[in-house]
Design a protein around this ligand. Structure first.
Ligand code: G3H
Ligand code: 13P
Ligand code: ZN
Length: 331
């Protein structure tokens, strides 16, 4: 039986983005696959009074099960209230690739969807995106489109060649598709290794310093589409404190490097009103679990390692809301 997101107590992105653009902050879009991640997201967002986008990829939906997800999202709304503050919560499909998937998500309670036609030729991207918009809008579900290709490799989201968004295309794309927000490519990429070693400089203590994002392209896009909501994917910062814990306890990430927090802060103050973060959560969670396993080899109660992982995630998300995205206090 089809369920509308409204019955679950969720909201779409419309009002949240309008406020975020005006207020100079970005709404966090945190990917999740399981209960502990969801608990951490809700706890952190309630504590910092931040609106939140619960972001689910096709792979995550398969992993968690669509029916369970619907109840988890409904549970998240009730849990936030129980914690003392009814923050606005969006359930968003990340990197949707077909009308079939979008329909299935909308029918099971998603309030927002992304259709990622960024790898398609321009006219095909428009055609696919427009079809999704027509369907989604008839259910009051908001749609994120994408122009420009991010570099990097992350499970299902693969792009061998990156290309920055062309500012001269954005007006035409937004007008002809009717999207509610636009993901752009200005140098971010998915995963824990966002740049090649050769693209970075080295700090005196051996940390890789990545090239600066293309704020000039963002500014041009902003000029073409004043007040229009812009989205940044691939925006994990790959925090070295978590990376060091992960490595200290046997983990290995080859040349990890993320987007510096100051650059995300700067983007959030502009037209960027949704920032996608997945990898940082994965790193923090894995680091915390590795630490428990290394320090307590006899531990086999999942609560004893998933609990600390959840606490670590909560701290990470609260920090981002307060100090990076600036969404704290805006729920
Ligand atoms: O942008 C991609 C997200 O990190 C989701 O990754 O497809 O492995 O769930 P996933
Ligand atoms: P990260 O890999 O930088 O966390 O990006 C996540 C993302 O863009 C999800 O769509
Ligand atoms: Zn993404």
């Amino acid at each position: 039986m089809a369920t509308s997101y409204k019955e679950l107590g969720l909201v779409n992105t419309k009002e949240l983005f309008a406020k975020a653009v005006k207020g100079g902050y970005a709404i966090p879009a945190y990917n999740f696959n399981n209960m502990e991640q969801l608990q951490a997201i809700i706890q952190a967002c309630v504590e910092t009074k931040s609106p939140v986008i619960l972001q689910v990829s096709a792979g995550a939906r398969k992993y968690a099960n669509a029916t369970l997800l619907r109840y988890m999202a409904q549970g998240a709304v009730a849990y936030a209230k129980e914690l003392g503050y009814a923050i606005p919560i969006v359930l968003h499909l990340d990197h949707g690739d077909s009308l079939e998937l979008v329909k299935s998500c909308v029918e099971s309670g998603f309030s927002s969807v992304m259709i990622d036609g960024s790898h398609l030729p321009y006219e095909e991207n428009i055609k696919l995106t427009k079809t999704i918009v027509e369907y989604a809008h008839s259910h009051d579900v908001t749609v994120e489109g994408e122009l420009g290709v991010l570099a990097g490799i992350e499970d299902d989201v693969v792009a061998e060649h990156s290309s920055y968004t062309k500012p001269e295309e954005v007006i035409d794309f937004v007008k002809r598709t009717g999207v509610d927000s636009l993901a752009i490519s200005i140098g971010t990429s998915h995963g824990a290794v966002k740049f090649k070693r050769e693209q970075c400089t080295l700090s005196p203590d051996g940390v890789l310093i990545p090239p600066t994002l293309r704020f000039d392209i963002l500014e041009e896009i902003e000029k073409k589409l004043p007040g229009f909501p812009i989205v940044l994917h691939g925006s994990s910062s790959v925090p070295m404190d978590h990376v060091r814990v992960l490595e200290k306890f046997g983990g290995k990430l080859k040349d990890p490097v993320g987007i510096p927090e100051e650059q995300l802060r700067k983007a959030a103050k502009s037209a960027v009103c949704k920032i996608n973060i997945d990898s940082d959560g994965r790193i923090a969670m894995t680091a915390a679990i590795r630490k428990v396993f290394a320090e307590n080899p006899s531990e086999f109660d999942p609560r004893k390692y998933l609990g600390p992982a959840r606490d670590s995630l909560k701290g990470l998300y609260a920090h981002k809301n307060q100090n990076v995205l600036g969404s704290a206090g805006h729920a």
